[in-house]
Design a protein around this ligand. Sequence first.
Ligand code: PHE
Ligand code: ZN
Length: 879
Amino acid sequence: MSAPQPTYLHDYQPPAHRVTHTELTFDLSPGATRVKARLHLERHPDREDAAESPLVLDGEQLSLKGIAIDGQPLDADEYRVSDTQLTVHRVPERFLLDTEVEIAPEANTALEGLYQSNGMYCTQCEAEGFRRITFYPDRPDVMATFSTTVVGDAQREPVLLSNGNLVERGELPNGRHFVTWEDPHPKPCYLFALVAGNLQKVEDSFTTMSGREVALQIWVEEENLDKTDHAMASLKRAMAWDEQTYGREYDLDLFMIVAVNDFNMGAMENKGLNIFNSAAVLTHPQTATDAAFQRVEGIVAHEYFHNWSGNRVTCRDWFQLSLKEGFTVFRDQCFSADTNSAPVKRIEDVAFFRTAQFAEDAGPTAHPIRPDHYIEITNFYTLTIYEKGAEVVRMLRNLVGWEAFRQGSDRYFERFDGQAVTIEDFVDCMAEASGLDLSQFMRWYSQAGTPEIDAHGEYDYAKAEYHLTLRQRTPATPGQPDKLPLHIPVRLGLVGTKSGEDLRMTLDGEELGRDAVIHLREEEQHFVFTDIAEAPVPSLLRGFSAPVKLRFPYAREDLAFLLTHDSDGFNRWDAGQRLALLALDDLIAAHRNGVEKVMDVRVIEAFRGLLNAETDDKAVLAEMLTLPSEAYIAEQQPVVDVDAIHAARTFVKQSLAVALRDDFLRVYHDNASDAAYAPEPEQIAARSLKNVALSYLMSVEDEEGIELAQRQFSAGHNMTDVRCALTLLTHSSRGDLADPALRLFGEKWAHDPLVMDQWFSIQVTRPQADVLDRLTYLMEHPAFSLKNPNRVRALIGAFAGQNRVNFHRIDGAGYRLLADVVIELNRLNPEIAARIITPLTRWQRFDEQRQALMKAELERIRAEELSPNVFEVVEKALA
Ligand code: PHE
Ligand code: ZN
């Protein structure tokens, strides 16, 4: 087998032929579905060579049954079919192409194209799944209107859905029936969707700003009918928010969401027919945690927002993926911030970003927000494209200001409605609306890696000046040895050490106010703030104003000071994280050197202060009381020592628990409540605070803490509390606490796959050394299947990603297990295989012994016959 070849951005050409209208007929059958396609084709006016060009359509795993042009069946020598393409050698200027193919949805375990999930038919076409349904120019710059007829069994598939509006339905012989759908909005085929099965709907409606009534439907299997309320409410909020915030109105009379159990990603924005991973849409107080409720709200909004940022205006090619994803993630982040606690949303997003995206940027698969080549596009649905893309859009918003940003956005939607465009088109609109020169800013799109800023500050008493030096550097990444300086907005304040307040800042004679943005454009820049009457502590990169690593030699006293005085909530939290990190550093060193660990009392006092201060935002407090994760601590280490990190973090947690036991107990009781569950900010905040307190008490297996956890588990008020209690009991060292609770929970929820996923994850994230045996045992559990991505993520993903001490066991057993799974998944579901392998690709970060073990597993995988997905990742990891 020859190695898969990359596709390059610089090779982009418009297609030689375009489709203006697409007519599809599906005759459904699990093993032999027939797909008839009639494509209205014409030469592309932008391609001079279109007249001489053959017609080339993508197609994979299709068995061609018939082909005709303008009604004339083609002779065998007039076309050619390869593994990936159909070529018709000579075609007229404008013509109708009819094809008929056969496909086997029941055999589709990759979950791309048309497949079956729990007996129901569904599709996933982004990025290149449509080519597994029919022969087609499967690229986002070919946009057509669609008319789709679905024929199914009236009993088994009473519900037949596709994009747009239902225009006709009827009975057919042999117990079959059909429905025809028409989508008037031209779209690329990656937004096509079809769903067929025995589904039930929950219905509601929304009146748009111009007074149109839109029917809203959520389609689920019968047993999930009671789990759709939150998604529906979220959808309506999102629709209203997009009208108010971006002036964007929905454009069809019907908007549908379908929940499916087998799904590779979170959800998909197909026009008028969003398809969701059931985990990203279903909620019930008894089965879903607060975090899950918030995740559902965010994803429902995200997919809805795509209707404009993605569907009405789409991507020219897949290199532009961040055009729709970065912008849409930014939009959903703002929506969630507006609906919940804005500072907490930012803290959560950044905490996640700085661990996971920074790690990606520092690893062998690092790539720019706009990559310039790829082998398998599904490998590029990454944290970089999505989350860093969103950070870059956020910087744009902050650079040009909200008003110009909104004008730029209006311009973008108006100018490019119905088109497939590039990232430049978007940024140009922002530049035009604001009058700013964003040319240097564009480097954010082409340079991979996390920029590092080294900051130094000095207060000059005599002159009453504060001197700040910022130096930027972006480390080399694969294929990009040299980096240019970026345009980095640094939001800052100078907090007076006497007054405790943000000081007025004057820079080069210009009044900046007390909170301002300075622009770092050079490799090194000096900033002199004048008229600074008292010595300040700088609060830098407020709100995480740029996706960079910022180093500043803060003394611990400075951090304790910022922790209480910074006016920026995000930086108050970050000061606490930095303070904890300094203490953790010492303890990691002590652990390695075999010296006794001593807890830094400044951290204890800072936490005591937090626990005893008046607070109006309990959710932020809960975040502040949460120690940096092991993964984030690891990010700070030159060579990751998983055991020392685990020991140090556990030691800090336990020391705090012992020193502040009464405070934690008080906080627990103050925040316990019997109120009926609601996924509302205040309740959520109280629950997280209470549960953080409980986790401290349980870290030392405090008798009273154990009792509280057990009571919380049995009371069963809601899944947030139950899951937290079960996790703490399971992760304790005492089997007598874990086993009965796990058994009870497992029996109670055996019928609910999404709850069983939590049951799996809780068990495989326990820090005890026997966890690998348990994992092997759970892989044989009847509720587990490698064919279901949620199960794989719950069991294998949680173990390899979150149970760091055990995954990195020094005997390599964790690595071996993951490699075995990757090898099996490579055949079943290459997309998931290529994702689940990630922890193994990060071998450079560990000691030599572990490096050797991890590489050996990667080599073992490489020796297999690999899908392009896994091939691309493994080659990069071993390069
Ligand atoms: N486009 C989807 C989203 O971000 C994600 C997705 C990509 C889903 C590819 C499935 C396949 O909203
Ligand atoms: Zn998206």
